[in-house]
Design a protein around this ligand. Structure first.
Ligand code: OMP
Length: 240
């Protein structure tokens, strides 16, 4: 029911709708699929928007930590470019939630280009060496971006312990045929997030899922837009 969605998720959905971060139309995804909705994290470019999304990330992490007291981490890693403001603002929001618990939490991001002068190095911020690392990322669809982030952590001597994304689109992994440009074969497959959970053994948290979005836009989106998302989910929704 509508009451099942926590207020902070509902607020984030309203904020993203009113700022066109969450939009409806016809979008070709990185995977090649045509989606009737798109969540554009590149548009969190106003104070109130970055505040809203970073609060929601921090809240999601803090709730997970409260529910799993054995879960510990040292740094938030924000992969370039979109992860850069996200790791900084979310670390700040976590310090605001509980200074004692999160005040010393580090954040770090990578450069895409290698510097040949000055302080140099691939990474900016806290070192990853020997640290327990949570990756903060925007949207996970096929998992290309997250796999790159995981390999950077390894190469820097860090230990991946968790991943947080803004939106889990809950889509099944593209089939071999799809990757070659053919239509989806209709078979049941797990989601990329499910696969990454299995591959890495770490929790993958999402601020919002497609199900949350479908629930949260009711009353704010048109019937046609809602149906578009529901049909898309039927076609590409993951089995796990
Ligand atoms: P993967 O790297 O394949 O998991 O796709 C994730 C990327 O797709 C994101 O970093 C975005 O560049 C883009 N994306 C969105 O930002 N929002 C969406 O709703 C869908 C995608 C997408 O292309 O799948």
């Amino acid at each position: 029911s509508a009451e099942a969605l926590p207020a902070y998720k509902r607020d984030l959905i309203s904020l993203t709708l009113s700022s066109n971060i969450l939009t409806f139309g016809s979008f070709t995804l990185k995977s090649g699929r045509i989606s009737p909705y798109f969540f554009n994290c590149g548009l969190f470019s106003k104070g109130k928007l970055i505040r809203g999304i970073s609060e929601a990330y921090a809240r999601t992490v803090a709730e997970y930590c409260s529910a799993h007291p054995e879960f510990k981490f040292d740094v938030l890693f924000g992969p370039a470019y979109k992860g850069i403001p996200l790791c900084a603002t979310t670390a700040e929001k976590l310090a605001g939630i509980d200074e004692e618990k999160y005040g010393d939490l580090g954040f770090v991001y990578n450069r895409k280009e290698v510097k040949d002068h000055g302080e140099g190095g691939l990474m900016v911020g806290e070192s990853l060496k020997g640290k327990k690392v949570v990756v903060i990322d925007d949207v996970m669809t096929a998992g290309t971006a997250i796999r790159e982030a995981i390999s950077i952590i390894k190469s820097q001597g860090g230990e991946l312990v968790g991943i947080i994304v803004a939106l889990d689109r809950q889509e099944k992994t593209p089939s071999e045929g799809e990757k070659q440009g053919k239509p989806d074969d209709g078979s049941d497959r797990p989601s990329t997030i499910g696969q990454v959970r299995e591959e890495t053994g770490v929790p993958v948290l999402a601020v919002l899922t497609l199900d949350d979005v479908i629930e949260g836009v009711k009353g704010q989106a048109t019937e046609e837009q809602l149906k578009g998302m529901e049909d898309y989910k039927k076609k590409y929704g993951a089995s796990s």
